[in-house]
Design a protein around this ligand. Structure first.
Ligand SMILES: Nc1nc2c(ncn2[C@@H]2O[C@H](COP(=O)(O)OP(=O)(O)OP(=O)(O)O)[C@@H](O)[C@H]2O)c(=O)[nH]1
Ligand SMILES: [Zn+2]
Length: 210
């Protein structure tokens, strides 16, 4: 296992703590009313009356990944694949996440590849794994490492490659205001530490043929 993944994995693999000090829905809605006032608006005006309830509900969707455990996503392995042990790559998995610095969306595509050893997982599970980590407060780097670490731990492949390309709204609509700037992160383990393997991965991601 790659050193970065190994050092990150204890913190990153389990589902987030379900701590007891979670606020009630009423407390969450009151916090939204405070932010509405902070934005300069009046939470009591008609159009905003139901907004705190909607925001609390939307947060449940945006951050549902805290309830999910990668173990439950990757626990079903299909071993009967006639000895197939070549690359499995799912590219262009769209995702929406929120940056942990500003709680503003960043969104883009994830590309995931691995070389199976003990079997393969259902292809949809790789997209579900992206959801587990995207639906939390994140940095793009952490999310990239977490996806690679989970596949390492549960599939024990010959290698994993993860690439994420995303636009960060905190860089587009505020702050430095560079709309369209794209951030690319990669995490390679095992066989993918080889330069030729990285070229194969990137070629498949870009052109669909090796
Ligand atoms: N490395 C990394 N940085 C991120 C990510 N998402 C947002 N950021 C950056 O987090 C940084 C936070 O910087 P700060 O100086 O603490 O906050 P700020 O004053 O709001 O910074 P500006 O965005 O430059 O206005 C910014 O440079 C963001 O671009 C991410 O996924 N990875
Ligand atoms: Zn941000």
């Amino acid at each position: 296992m790659n050193d970065v993944v190994k050092s990150l994995s204890p913190r990153l693999i389990p589902a987030a703590d379900k701590s007891d000090d979670r606020p009630t829905r009423e407390e969450a809605e009151a916090a939204v009313r405070t932010l509405l006032r902070w934005a300069g608006d009046d939470p009591q005006r008609e159009g905003l009356l139901e907004t705190p309830k909607r925001v609390a509900k939307a947060f449940k969707e945006f951050y549902s990944g805290y309830e999910d455990d990668p173990k439950d996503v990757l626990n079903k392995i299909f071993a009967e694949v006639e000895g197939y042990d070549d690359i499995v790559l799912v590219r262009d998995i769209p995702f929406y996440s929120h940056c942990e610095h500003h709680m503003v969306p960043f969104y883009g595509m994830a590309h995931i590849a691995y070389y199976p050893t003990k079997g393969v997982v259902g292809l949809s599970k790789l997209a579900r794994l992206v959801e587990v980590y995207a639906r939390r407060l994140q940095t793009q780097e952490t999310m990239t490492a977490q996806i690679a670490a989970a596949i390492e731990q549960f599939l024990e492949p010959r290698g994993v490659a993860v690439m994420i390309e995303a636009e960060h709204m905190c860089m587009s609509m505020r702050g430095v205001q560079k709309a369209g700037a794209m951030t690319i992160t990669t995490q390679f383990t095992g066989a993918f530490n080889d330069a030729a393997e990285q070229v194969r991965f990137l070629t498949l991601v870009r052109h669909g043929k090796a």
